[in-house]
Write a new protein. Structure first.
Length: 119
């Protein structure tokens, strides 16, 4: 039986709401995404990429990861988000608790049986 990876969706929603296009690219870079696949996405006054387009490519890469790598990547993104904006801690705690995860310090732990063995 496979373990559940840390969910990307709730983290993504906070990232989208609280961070700029440029910040998002930097934050996910720490999480071991292939930045060459994001390089063409630039925000410009005209004909630039939207935040939605950037997040769609990030979603694609996160979706291609195995559970272990996805969990590590999402965890690193959370850590970087909290480091840059400590006020997002409460929001991350709120959205992650809805899907059975909580913080213990800066580490995410699963509260439901389907995640046994993760932490």
């Amino acid at each position: 039986m496979s373990t559940q990876s840390i969910p990307w969706g709730p983290v993504r929603s906070t990232l989208t709401e609280k961070f700029s296009f440029g910040d998002i690219k930097q934050i996910v870079g720490y999480g071991d995404l292939d930045m060459s696949r994001l390089a063409h996405l630039e925000q410009k006054p005209q004909n630039g990429a939207s935040k939605s387009q950037l997040l769609s490519e990030i979603d694609r890469q996160v979706g291609e990861m195995d559970d272990k790598r996805r969990s590590a990547s999402v965890s690193i993104c959370c850590e970087e988000m909290m480091r840059r904006k400590p006020e997002v801690i409460e929001e991350l705690e709120r959205v992650l608790s809805r899907v059975g995860w909580k913080f213990s310090g800066t580490a995410l732990i699963c509260l439901v049986p389907r995640c046994a063995g993760m932490g």
